[in-house]
Design a protein around this ligand. Structure first.
Ligand SMILES: CC(C)(COP(=O)(O)OP(=O)(O)OC[C@H]1O[C@@H](n2cnc3c(N)ncnc32)[C@H](O)[C@@H]1OP(=O)(O)O)[C@@H](O)C(=O)NCCC(=O)NCCS
Length: 330
């Protein structure tokens, strides 16, 4: 019997129309367009309106993906949503997206691995295809970062944006799809990057709200150091494990946290800029949303058989890389 791999057979992104530019931020906090662009590579980011939860991002992406593939929502077996900005602590945002899109026959759950969420969720989803148990799995990465960002904190509010996307995983017997993944985590990282309140450690109270503890806290310099080293290391590791070289890798799909981290990862892999997907300038860091948004933006350029490395680093700390062989021509 031939080995079954999990192939991405469709991708769809979604970003809200509303744009928040660096110039807009100049009017809100003590910053400059020049500082933001030179330190991060970001020019603008998208903002989902008040009253629109993260599930709206997933719903928009899934509806278009299913329409594009000509698949009815009842055919989906499993839905996994990577997010750190769920609609509610529970039920899972994946449950809500399934309900709103009519994926009535799917079971569904969320994955919380911050900026590595999509890599974790894609690896998880692929296992259910590889066992032969399921035929159609939807993996979503979506975040409404504006719901947990302090727009008075210039160290974080310039970086993040809202958006995400979804992919369809289906079985493949010709060796296309997810070939390998390396996943890591280190909970000590929680002191550098955390949403301090709102969980069981510090439930919401007047005090936590007054002290602005429901917003993202980040020690940027420390996170930067860990991110640069670990994202580059894990990307090199997945290349080595699979005998990939700078020549045989067609695309790097890096998490979009900071252009300098992306450049360092690409340099370590020996890849020229032309092989690196970069859209941070227009979306900022959409956390679990960055990788599906890249695949969506580049979908038309991807060719069947392309060797693709996805790589991410995020809160936890969590990090990882996936090697996949693209399964279709658009
Ligand atoms: C956040 C980040 C862009 C900050 O860049 P940096 O070069 O490390 O900047 P620092 O935090 O050291 O700050 C340098 C100076 O700029 C100032 N500064 C910070 N944010 C600023 C802003 N938006 N505008 C202007 N100045 C700013 C700081 O106050 C500091 O001033 P000082 O030297 O007078 O104290 C960068 O650290 C980073 O990208 N970190 C990793 C992010 C990441 O990967 N996140 C997690 C993965 S999801």
């Amino acid at each position: 019997m031939k080995k079954i791999t999990a192939a991405i057979t469709g991708v769809q992104g979604y970003v809200p129309d509303n744009v928040l530019t660096n110039k807009d931020l100049e009017k809100m906090i003590d910053t400059t367009d020049e500082w933001i662009v030179s330190r991060t590579g970001i020019h603008e980011r998208r903002m989902l309106g008040d009253g629109n939860p993260t599930s709206d991002i997933g719903v928009a992406a899934v509806n278009k993906l299913l329409a594009k593939k000509g698949i009815s929502p009842e055919e989906i077996d499993l839905v996994i949503c990577a997010t750190v900005t769920p609609d509610h602590p529970f039920p899972a945002t994946a449950n809500i997206i399934s309900d709103k899109t009519g994926m009535k026959n799917a079971w569904s759950f969320d994955v919380n691995a911050a900026c590595s969420g999509f890599i974790y969720a894609l690896t998880t989803g692929s296992q259910f295809i590889e066992t032969g148990k399921y035929k159609k799995v939807i993996v979503i990465g979506a975040d409404k970062m504006s719901s947990i960002i302090d727009y008075e904190d210039r160290a974080t509010c310039v970086i993040f944006g809202d958006g995400g996307g979804a992919v369809l995983l289906e079985p493949n017997e010709e060796g296309y799809g997810i070939v390998d993944s390396v996943l890591k985590s280190d909970g000590e990282g929680r002191k550098y990057l955390v949403q301090p309140a709102g969980g069981s450690k510090l439930p919401a109270s007047h005090k936590t709200v007054d002290e602005r503890l429901h917003y993202v806290y980040q020690e940027g310099k420390a996170v930067f150091k860990f991110a640069v080293t670990n994202m580059a290391d894990v990307s090199a590791e997945i290349m080595e494990r699979n005998n990939l070289t700078a020549e045989t890798v067609d695309w790097l799909v890096p998490h979009q946290a900071n252009l300098r981290i992306i450049d360092a990862t690409a340099n370590r892999m020996g890849l020229p800029k032309e092989k690196v997907m970069i859209n941070i300038q227009k979306y900022g860091n959409t956390t679990a949303g960055t990788l599906p948004l890249c695949l969506w933006d580049w979908e038309k350029k991807l060719k069947k058989g392309d060797n693709i490395v996805l790589s991410a680093f995020g809160g936890g700390f969590t990090w990882g890389a996936i090697y996949l062989r693209w399964a279709y021509n658009s």
